[in-house]
Structures are given as structure tokens and as C-alpha cells.
Design a protein around this ligand. Structure first.
Ligand code: ARG
Length: 581
């Protein structure tokens, strides 16, 4: 079933009016329809075309208003057209959405194949808050794009290759007492400690550093014992990452690993082709690409280093190889890299190089979906007191503890199991929502107490809002359960608070399209927050349980649709909506 949003219907009505009112060459002008405080919508097209038509905007607006069918339209201000939709149209939209499992959301991205590269932690290193951002934002984008019909491939480009493995494996070989396997939830810490010990020895002891380098060569040459240890290190780390994803409710699983090592064999070919096409040149023994307009502070060109002087391949070579695979094998139309803003120059240069050498056709769109830094309360990048990167697992623990404290201040009758489930859902929601609701490209301050607040634009507030809707419905539907879902009576006059809620519900699909276009999940957060506050105003003004007859059933329908929209919206952000909280 296709449900046309009320806003879409209004746009169509204004467009039809424009074709009748404006000269033919201007007839397909954007009607510029927005929600309005004075009426349901306002159309601003008259202001946009007045100059070209050569008439005062108010005159044109009057003509447009006179030609809008099916709604009340009047001119206001310098040339706006205020439009009010008949009550019946509003109720019908509520009916249609309720009858549709997708709540009226179409699938506009059905023809799109999207590859999303996100999370990408490094083997034998603890995941940090930067990986949290990438994981949470990437996952929300994956969910929204897939919901809108796109064919989405998740890629977890973990750092599982490089010279550091020579050092790690050599260290393990020489320190047989070091344990790093089978630490369960603490595996990552054990691996991280191993990494630090190996790095310290590498820096302090040149002979060890030499043996480590020989070990890298052995790894690259496929020396069996060396490769076995490497595989083990990768496998243990992957398990630890998966445990975090499971705890956080991130979709990534073992089928999505797309580590740097996967591209290793493709790298010599990458260099050859870059050289033979003249895109890359040799400079000081290294193979590099110069990009027009990319220069350092001193004005000297900054090249993209594809192969280092010592013959080792850099991060850039691997990323060029990801593009080839994603275009040629995955047939991607859109490739998204959800990575820290500090890597912006890297991606500009990689994309530019790939275009020049012909691996990235015009039809394929690549985007560095960059995000800002997580800051501590002191305004500096978020670190532990001892200056170390904050462990993701600790953040979750802190958020859960804070939620537990909040819940303990209230009376509740939750069983221990239920309480633990709620604490987990709310703790995760707090962290994820705080990350998603901030403008993606901006830095934000990590503040656990603010994240778990039950008021304001937080994930926990939205979970409360949902649980409240469910509780109202449990009370209200007791009496009508036997009769099944009540039908909406579209002939009832609308209360202004019912109208505001129905129009807010009408905007769900637009908010999702907005996220798909801008890749900014905070737009969906803003929408859901607005919906929840509009619901509160409705509930204050319009009693549900104590109302009678069709007034009551119509209000129950609005509650039902609100609950489903909140749960679906939160779900698309990767956030659970418990029935009770
Ligand atoms: N592993 C890298 C890091 O931790 C991020 C990789 C991002 N993805 C990519 N295709 N470059 O910084």
C-alpha cells in the first residue's frame, strides 16, 4: 500500500495551482511547502518567483491561494500562502499509516547498492571512543538506508595487517610466559597489554627491533608458524570485537570483517597501474600521487604515499584497493567511509586518485562520512585520568551504573531480571543517542549524567516516552480489546493537539529521507524528540482513557501510531524500546 504523506498531498495541490497561475516556463517551480505555526503548512513559492513574474508576491500568493483545491488557503505576510488541511484528510492519513506495516514509509532507495565501511578497530588494540562513533553512526546509516530499500553491504575494515605484527609475533615467540588467549571479556585488555609491552621492547632494544623486522618479512612471505600466530591474534581480537558489538547492539558480525590483510595481494597491482597510467610517480624512492590543490602549510605539495621508500605499502594503497573491490565486485553505487574527520585529507586524496586512474566511475558516489572528536568535560579529547584512551567497555559500564542510580530513585516493581534488561537497554540508548543526536561533524562532550537524563533530548527520555505510550495503551485498550483494533472515525472534528500530533507523525518518512540524503542521523533524533514532546502536549490536552466513544478510539489510534513510530525510529537508530522503564 502506498500512503501519500499529508505534506505530499499539499505539495501536489500547490503544484497544480502553480501550473494554472504561473507562466508556462515557471510552472514547475518548487512549491516550497513547510510546516507552519500559523496554519498546517505554508507555501512560499510566490516569494521565490515574484521577481521573474514581475508582480508583487502578495498578488501572486492570492492567485495561488485561489487555485488550491481541497484545502483552506489564505495569504499572509509578504506573500506566504497559509494552508489548512481538512480534518478528514488528517484522520484518513492516520488510518492509512496504521494499516501499513511500514507506517507509510516508501522504499525510495531500492535501486541503490551501498557499501558502508565502519567501525574498523585495530587488532590487538582496545577499541576507543573514535571507534564507538564510527560504529554507532555507521550502524544507524546502515539501518536507515536498508529500511528505505537500499541493498547495503557492511564492511568492517579492521587493522589486521602491518609491521606491528612482526613485533607482536616476535615478542610472543621470545616470551612464552605471556598469556593472551581465553581471557573472555578481558581478552582485548590482555592483547592491548601485549601490544604495549612489545612496543616498549621494540623501542628500547634495537636487536629486538631487527628481529621483529625479519619477522614481518616472514609473515609477508607466508611462513607457516608466523602466519599461524597472526591468525590467532586476529581471531581472538575479532571475537572480542564481536562481543562489544553484541553488547552495543551493532549489526556487524563475523561475515562483515574486511580487514586490511584481505587487500595485501592486490597492492603490487595497484602500484603498477598507478605508475603505468602516470597517476603516481616515484619520489625519493617512494611511490606517490600529487593532487592538485593539496599543499602543506609551507605551500609544498603534500603527496599521497602509496608505497614507502622501504617498499612497505601504506594505508592509502589499501584504501585504493577497497575502492576497486567495492566498485568492481560489489557494484556499489554509493560507498561510505564512516571515519574520523582527521582523516579528511586522506580520503580526499584517495578518492581523487581513484577517479583519475579510472577505478571510480562518475556514476559511483564516494563519501567520507566524517565525525568530530569525543571530548572530556575539560574540552580536551576524552582520555582517562592517566591520559590513556577510554575503553569502550568501561563507558558502557559507567552508563549502565548511572541508569541504575536513576532508576533506584523511583518506586518500581521490576524483577531483578527485568531491571537488568532495562538498565542494559537504557545504558546503551544513553551512549548511542548522545552520539547520534549531536551534529555528526561536530565534537561533543562525553557527559554520562546528561546522557542518562530522563528529560531533554536523550535516548532515555525517548524510551520513557515510548513506555508511557505503551502504558496508556495497556490501560485504554483493556475495555476495547474484545472488539479488536478500533477504526478511526474520520468525520470527527480534530482537536488542535490531535492535529499537531497527526502532522508530526506525517513527517516520519521525510525525516528518514533526510538522513539518507545528508547521512546525518541527528535529523532522525530531532524528529523523534519533536514527536515525543508533541505527544506530551497532546496527552496533556486530550484525555484518552477517560474519553468516550469515537473520540476515545480516535485518540487510541493516535497513541498506537505514536508508539509504533517511536519504536521504529529508535530501532533505526539501533536503540531498543522496552515496554516498561
Ligand atoms: N583502522 C583505522 C583506525 O583505527 C580506521 C580505518 C577506517 N576505514 C578505512 N577504510 N580507512 O583509525
Amino acid at each position: 500500500m502506498t500512503v501519500v504523506a499529508i505534506k505530499g498531498q499539499v505539495e501536489a495541490a500547490v503544484k497544480a495551482a502553480l501550473t494554472r497561475v504561473l507562466p508556462a516556463e515557471l510552472a514547475d517551480t518548487d512549491p516550497v511547502v513547510r510546516r507552519s505555526d500559523r496554519a498546517d503548512f505554508q507555501a512560499n513559492a510566490a516569494l521565490a518567483v515574484a521577481k521573474r513574474v514581475g508582480r508583487p508576491p502578495r498578488d501572486i500568493a492570492g492567485d495561488i491561494a485561489g487555485h488550491i483545491d481541497g484545502c483552506t488557503a489564505e495569504v499572509s505576510g509578504p506573500g506566504f500562502v497559509n494552508i489548512t488541511v481538512p480534518d478528514q484528510v488528517v484522520w484518513s492519513a492516520v488510518t492509512d499509516r496504521l494499516a501499513d506495516a511500514r507506517l507509510g514509509v516508501a522504499s525510495p532507495c531500492t535501486d541503490e547498492r551501498v557499501v558502508v565501511d565502519y567501525s574498523a578497530p585495530n587488532v590487538a588494540k582496545e577499541m576507543h571512543v573514535g571507534h564507538l562513533r564510527s560504529s554507532v553512526i555507521g550502524d544507524a546509516l546502515v539501518r536507515v538506508l536498508a529500511h528505505l530499500g537500499a541493498d547495503v553491504t557492511r564492511q568492517n575494515h579492521i587493522g589486521d595487517w602491518g609491521t606491528q605484527f612482526g613485533m607482536l609475533i616476535q615478542y610472543l615467540d621470545e616470551h612464552t610466559d605471556v598469556t593472551w588467549r581465553g581471557h573472555g571479556a578481558e581478552t582485548m585488555s590482555a592483547l592491548d597489554a601485549l601490544y604495549k609491552a612489545a612496543r616498549a621492547e621494540f623501542e628500547a632494544d634495537p636487536a629486538f627491533a631487527d628481529r621483529s623486522r625479519t619477522r614481518v618479512v616472514a609473515l609477508q612471505a607466508g611462513d607457516e608458524p608466523t602466519v599461524t600466530v597472526w591468525r590467532d591474534l586476529v581471531a581472538e581480537s575479532e571475537q572480542a570485537f564481536e562481543a562489544i558489538y553484541a553488547r552495543l547492539g551493532i549489526l556487524l558480525d563475523d561475515g562483515d570483517f574486511d580487514g586490511e590483510s584481505r587487500y595485501n595481494n592486490a597492492l603490487p597491482g595497484i602500484v603498477d597501474e598507478l605508475l603505468s597510467t602516470g597517476v603516481a610517480v616515484e619520489s625519493d624512492g617512494a611511490i606517490v600521487v600529487f593532487i592538485d590543490g593539496v599543499a602543506g602549510p609551507d605551500g609544498d605539495p603534500v603527496p599521497l604515499i602509496v608505497r614507502k621508500k622501504d617498499g612497505g605499502y601504506g594505508y592509502a594503497a589499501t584504501d585504493l584497493a577497497t575502492i576497486r573491490l567495492r566498485v568492481e565486485e560489489y557494484k556499489a553505487d554509493r560507498i561510505l567511509y564512516v571515519v574520523d574527520a582527521r582523516q579528511a585529507l586522506h580520503f580526499t586524496m584517495v578518492f581523487d586518485t581513484a577517479r583519475r586512474v579510472g577505478w571510480l566511475p562518475e556514476t559511483v558516489h564516494t563519501e567520507h562520512v566524517q565525525f568530530g572528536t569525543v571530548l572530556g568535560k575539560n574540552g580536551r579529547p576524552f582520555k582517562t585520568r592517566s591520559g590513556k584512551a577510554v575503553r569502550l567497555a568501561d563507558l558502557l559500564d559507567d552508563a549502565e551504573a548511572a541508569v541504575r542510580t536513576v532508576l533506584q530513585t523511583r518506586d518500581h516493581d521490576f524483577s531483578e531480571t527485568e531491571l537488568n534488561a532495562i538498565v542494559h537497554a537504557a545504558g546503551t540508548a544513553a551512549i548511542k543517542y548522545a552520539d547520534l543526536s549531536n551534529t555528526r561533524t561536530k565534537d561533543y562532550v562525553f557527559d554520562v549524567d546528561q546522557m542518562v537524563a530522563t528529560t531533554g533530548n536523550t535516548g532515555v527520555y525517548l524510551q520513557y516516552a515510548y513506555a508511557r505510550v505503551r502504558s496508556i495503551l495497556r490501560k485504554a485498550t483493556g475495555r476495547i480489546a474484545a472488539a479488536g483494533r478500533p477504526a478511526v472515525d474520520a468525520t470527527l472534528p480534530l482537536h488542535s493537539a490531535e492535529r499537531a500530533l497527526a502532522l508530526s507523525l506525517d513527517g516520519f518518512e521525510a525525516s528518514l529521507r533526510d538522513v539518507a540524503d545528508t547521512l546525518e542521523p541527528h535529523r532522525l533524533c530531532g524528529y523523534l524528540y519533536d514527536l515525543a514532546t508533541t505527544f506530551t502536549k497532546f496527552y496533556d490536552a486530550c484525555p484518552v482513557t477517560s474519553a468516550e466513544g469515537t473520540v476515545r478510539t480516535n485518540r487510541i489510534s493516535l497513541c498506537e501510531l505514536t508508539g509504533r513510530t517511536l519504536a521504529t525510529g529508535l530501532g533505526l537508530l539501533g536503540i531498543d524500546a522496552p515496554e516498561r522503564i
